[in-house]
Design a protein around this ligand. Structure first.
Ligand SMILES: Nc1ncnc2c1ncn2[C@@H]1O[C@H](COP(=O)(O)OP(=O)(O)O)[C@@H](O)[C@H]1O
Ligand SMILES: [Mg+2]
Length: 236
């Protein structure tokens, strides 16, 4: 469903993604691990069709993303690590995506409240979204994605600003998406979170996918020394 072949991305002289080959099937949950600067966010933006300025090929369900990014963006959404809020209430921030898609007022009201409730932020509904804390903004951004019924969800370190309690809330929401058969791709610095949520894991280093495979297999017996070092280093 998601197929990248020979993808290179450069910023000026700097090569940030190097010959990335990636295949993600419908309903898979892929965790992308790697140190800061490995190229994870850059790759997620390309996967989400937000950046089409790269070398190589990317097809999403057979659609050439460079030719028709708009069509791909209708199927996929990316939640940023430090999301930008619209200068309005939390409710309006979340309702926006449903409004532009033409849903009825009543449906929007119900749906937004249901999602707010599931993420434990119903009481933030009428607050100004720009004034929230980092962790609150992160949950609003997750809510903005969850209200949409898409088939692929991309999360960039979705729990990096959250305390333990809220990590669980967001993990449960992601787990629910996976259970409903959605394709989910996320990055995280939390190895155990990757292990809890994903069935497929990719380890990136310096713009390359060093290794990709079944999550449990990689945790038990990484096939590359660099992956092993990353995984074991986390536990030292
Ligand atoms: N807009 C940009 N202009 C120049 N360099 C960038 C830009 N975005 C990212 N980079 C560089 O690309 C590399 C990969 O960044 P990123 O994808 O954010 O890594 P990660 O998410 O794994 O931490 C880093 O060296 C970063 O400095
Ligand atoms: Mg990043």
């Amino acid at each position: 469903m998601i197929l990248l072949r020979g993808v290179f991305k450069t910023f000026g002289e700097k090569v940030v993604l190097r010959d990335v080959n990636l295949k993600v099937e419908k309903g898979e949950a892929l965790a992308i691990l790697g140190h800061s600067g490995a190229g994870k966010t850059t790759l997620l933006k390309i996967i989400s069709a937000l950046d089409t300025d790269f070398k190589g090929a990317y097809t999403f369900r057979g659609i050439d993303v460079k030719r028709d990014p708009g069509r791909v963006r209708k199927c996929i959404t990316m939640v940023f690590q430090n999301p930008v809020m619209f200068r309005t209430t939390v409710f309006e921030n979340i309702a926006y995506g449903l409004k532009v898609r033409g849903y009825s007022k009543r449906y929007i009201q119900e749906k937004v409240e249901e999602v707010l409730e599931s993420l434990g932020i119903l009481e933030l509904k009428d607050r100004g979204a720009r004034r929230l804390s980092g962790g609150e903004k992160q949950r609003v951004a997750v809510a903005r994605a969850l209200v949409l019924d898409l088939d692929t969800y991309v999360f960039d370190e979705p729990t990096s600003n959250l305390d333990i309690e809220n990590v669980k809330v967001v993990e449960d929401a992601i787990r629910e998406l996976i259970k409903r058969g959605k394709t989910v791709i996320f990055t995280t610095h939390d190895l155990l979170q990757a292990r809890r949520l994903s069935n497929k894991l990719a380890y990136m280093e310096k713009g390359e996918i060093v290794e990709i495979g079944e999550t449990e297999r990689i945790f038990r017996e990484p096939g590359d020394e660099r992956t092993w070092r990353f995984i074991s280093g986390m536990f030292l």
